[in-house]
Design a protein around this ligand. Structure first.
Ligand code: BG6
Length: 480
């Protein structure tokens, strides 16, 4: 038998190392509610969800959401029930800085996060804090949002406020959650707030600005706070596995990986830095053919390449699913209308035999995560990995056996990758509880805890997956 064909006998019980951290995640707009309370100003999701006619499924809004602004003690109680090491949550920029700028710090907003952080620490649960999970202050959007290079300074100023306020107690920081969704879906395809649809230009401006904003915040922490506060800081990248539909499409699949997540990972984690070469080449070529005098992809200066390189203490990995890929150079008509999908020149789709979650994009393909972990280990010199999100959606109900199976199967391949040398330090379930799933409102449920949106206090009840996850965390083992 060829070596690759030898199937390793599986141990009955597979164990995670003692030091492996387990947690659960949420994000401010998705759970807090209290959208216009105690001095908080409007952000882009407030604006979008209040738009008429409505654009969010069933006209849902995050106005009340999970009511966590008032129910944070219950949230911490849930984390204790699960026995988790950490809680990954995000800060609302417009709650802390109602004008968007540090001229005015909102004491009540700060109090809310202090209460939450202190409650976590009382029970020895580490706060892992995301500075930005998609809820840009509306005023900054009116000034161009992530397409305006001044946002690099705005974000750095906001970061300084946050490090000053909470850095004495917060030792794990994430700057940006999923630049892909912010840029590509926010400015390119129009799927998420601010729902711009200026593909081929706007998402590329956003990519550059967001990487520089992240890098500046990283350096600020590194230079001025790390020695006195002693934490670590990095970025969170959304990584989908792209599998070629057949051998001949291997290059197409790799192109897609680079356009979809190499665009953020390469500038930070590769030795050379900068945007992936294939993006630079393909976008320049298409731009010229379309009659542009220069590439639609803005360039980093050599100084900027250096500034961005190495600015993450770990690889923050959000992973949900896998797609198949084949080459197709005429997505929108070759050389006709600029768009990222035309620039990359591939078609992606899902295998119809793959099991689907309630979210149609989320197919269950655990081997995709295994391939990602292997690729990160090989391409980026085996960085420490924090799995910062992984999870499965249903339409609701407490008997969530398919979510249980999803977690078990994905944790299983994480163990495979660890056995092969991947340096995985933490695992985070998305999500601690049901929440506002962006354009899908409350129609999709990702929670270990079910939230009753009919009850005024948004009662939370553990699902079967909560009990199973708790056992995995307690024993650090996965039984077969
Ligand atoms: C992740 C986001 O990409 O996907 C989460 O970080 C989000 O905020 C999750 O809730 C599920 O995605 P969706 O589109 O179904 O809400």
């Amino acid at each position: 038998l060829a070596e690759s064909k030898i199937v390793k006998p599986r141990q009955e019980t597979r164990k995670f190392p003692d030091g492996m951290l387990f947690g659960a995640a949420t994000a401010a707009y998705q759970i807090e509610g209290a959208w216009n309370v105690d001095g908080k100003s409007e952000n882009i999701w407030d604006r979008l969800s209040h738009q008429e006619p409505c654009v969010i499924k069933e006209c849902h809004t995050g106005d009340i959401a999970g009511n966590s602004y008032y129910s944070y003690k219950r949230d911490v109680e849930m984390l204790r029930e699960l026995g988790l090491d950490f809680y990954r949550f995000s800060l609302s920029w417009s709650r802390i800085l109602p004008t968007s700028f540090p001229d005015k710090i909102n004491a009540k907003g700060v109090q809310y996060y202090n209460n939450l952080i202190n409650e976590l620490l009382k029970y020895n649960i580490q706060p892992m804090v995301t500075l930005y999970h998609w809820d840009l202050p509306q005023k900054l959007q009116d000034l161009g949002g992530w397409t305006n290079p001044l946002i690099i300074d705005w974000f750095t100023d906001y970061s300084r406020v946050v490090f000053e306020l909470f850095g004495d107690r917060v030792k794990y920081w994430f700057t940006i959650n999923e630049a892909r969704q912010i840029c590509y879906e926010g400015y390119g395809t129009g799927g998420l707030a601010p729902m711009y649809n200026i593909s081929g230009y706007a998402e590329y401006l956003c990519y550059k600005n967001i990487l520089l904003a992240h890098a500046k915040a990283y350096h600020l922490y590194n230079d001025e706070y790390r020695s006195k506060q002693g934490g670590i800081i990095g970025i969170v990248t959304f990584v989908t596995w792209y599998e070629p539909e057949s051998e001949e499409h291997s290059e197409a699949a790799e192109d897609m990986r680079q356009f979809d997540w190499g665009v953020y990972a390469n500038p930070i984690f590769s030795k050379k830095g900068d945007f992936p070469q294939v993006m630079k080449d393909r976008i320049a070529l298409k731009s010229m053919a379309q009659g542009f005098p220069r590439s639609r992809l803005p360039q980093f200066t050599p100084e900027e390449v250096e500034l961005v390189k190495g600015t993450s203490d770990f690889f923050g990995l959000n992973h949900y699913t896998t797609s198949l890929v084949y080459r197709n150079e005429s997505v929108n008509g070759y050389y006709v209308s600029p768009s990222q999908s035309d620039d990359v020149g591939v078609i992606t789709y899902k295998d119809s035999s793959w099991e689907s979650a309630a979210s149609s994009w989320l197919k269950v393909v655990p081997w995709g995560l295994y391939k990602i972990l292997t690729k990160i280990r090989e391409d980026y010199d085996n960085p420490p990995i924090f799995i910062t999100e992984n999870g499965f959606s249903t339409l609701g109900g407490l008997e969530d056996d398919r979510r249980v199976a999803y977690y078990r199967n994905y944790l299983d391949v994480i163990l495979d990758a660890m056995e092969e040398g991947s340096d995985i330090r933490a695992y985070t379930a998305w999500s601690l509880m049901d929440n506002f799933e962006w354009d899908n409102g409350y129609t999709e449920r990702f929670g270990l805890y079910e939230v009753d949106y009919e009850s005024p206090e948004r009662t939370r009840t553990p699902r079967k997956s909560a009990y199973v996850y708790k056992e995995i965390v307690r024993t650090h083992t996965l039984d077969h």
